[in-house]
Design a protein around this ligand. Sequence first.
Ligand code: HEM
Length: 491
Amino acid sequence: MAETTTRSASPKGFRSADQGWPALHRIPHPPRRLPLLGDVLGANRSRPLQDSMRLGRQLGPIFRRKALGKEFVFVWGAALAADLADETRFAKHVGLGIANLRPVAGDALFTAYNHEPNWQLAHDVLAPGFSREAMAGYHPMMLDVAGRLTDHWDRAALAGQPVDVPGDMTKLTLETIARTGFGHDFGSFERSRPHPFVTAMVGTLAYAQRLNTVPAPFLLSSAARRNDADIAYLNRTVDDLVRRRRGGSGGSGDLLDRMLETAHPETGERLSLENVRRQVITFLVAGHETTSGALSFALYYLARHPEVAARARAEVDQVWGDTERPGYDQVAKLRYVRRVLDESLRLWPTAPAFAREALEDTVLAGEHPMRRGAWALVLTPLLHRDPAAWGPDAERFDPDRFDPKAVRSRPPHTFKPFGTGARACIGRQFALHEATLVLGLLLRRYTLRPDPEYRLRVTERLTLMPDGLRMGVERRAVGAEARCPVSGVEG
Ligand code: HEM
């Protein structure tokens, strides 16, 4: 296999924009461009996304950046992004950070090139794992994992200690996908330090991001060795898990069972063991990091906007009443909580960009000619703040933007936290169900006390996360809200 080591990670199919965009000169770039190095003056290498947001605000809805001899086109204007969503002319482009993940995830769903046969095979085999029935089956497990979080927060509340929001949300979402997808328990809540799987995973994501900012991978040779070790650890963990399952410790029709046992409905083909390993890693990574960030940002905004938290809490009390363990159907009824989540994903979509490539020679939005294979990166956080679609107060947190009437009044393709088209997120419903359920449980049980000193800082490791977010939590006193979601025991 050509792609098992990190050093072979050059993005396949890459085209610098000067090859693919015949009228590139019409697209603005930052001032003070250096002859060899490009647009590097003032660039922030640890926060490339927020750097691009800063430039986008200065340069407008389409702009370009050049680094180390390669040029990229960025798009965030609503009209341009809507045109890129046209599946007859554009498709997902696997480049930059995503291509850098190929050594670990290969042709699994997220990192597969469009032409690779394993994409369609895995998509068809795994899509039923996200059906309504499948989701209803995961719901009790999601509740059990949430119970471990609330046990943990109860202890913090009792001790008057603040909670580490991103840390705890990462434990929660990792345990949820591991349990529902693969019948596995990482024991995250019983550990004081992150599970080594999380450390290895964060290491590979950060390395994939760093690869974009150095002229040649050999400059990262010690980091590359660490990355190889991280990948080897991820592989070993997953291989053990698969071995145990094949040895007979059965799941209950979870994703792993599906990967191992389901044949394609038409061709009868099955996923190879090599591909199963890559899918399991993909789902463990894609299935928790982004949802953890989404929950963390939502809790940040809820703590900062007590009037929004009060309205959301009133909805939970009204819809769930005294129910000890809210049922599957009762989660989608939390309409306002869901709007809080959507609004948090609008301002900070935790997978903050996706790339689109031209399937044939075409003209983007009637203005920018593109050759077949040319591509652009859609900057979702700026698309979600484009005043043309979201109004002059687009930077303000306001969940009522997701009131159905407000949604209908906006043009299509203006809200894309889960990407677009055939390669959009397969786990969207899973993430939304899990996050809405957990926000409902936390609002019902605790009052959130923000740290007045905290100023939002966003860290980047391909995904976004509020850095160092801690807050106080206080148990609400009476009624169903004081019950534990697992046992229903009053505390
Ligand atoms: C709030 C949480 C989540 C966000 C913001 C998110 C975002 C995204 C985005 C933007 C894409 C498209 C990437 C591209 O076009 O290059 C994507 C794809 C994907 N996501 Fe998610 N995701 C989330 C949760 C999940 C969960 C819970 C799972 C699994 C259980 C998951 C699994 C995947 C997979 C497998 C793909 C690749 C789909 C394909 O190409 O066929 N994601 N996600």
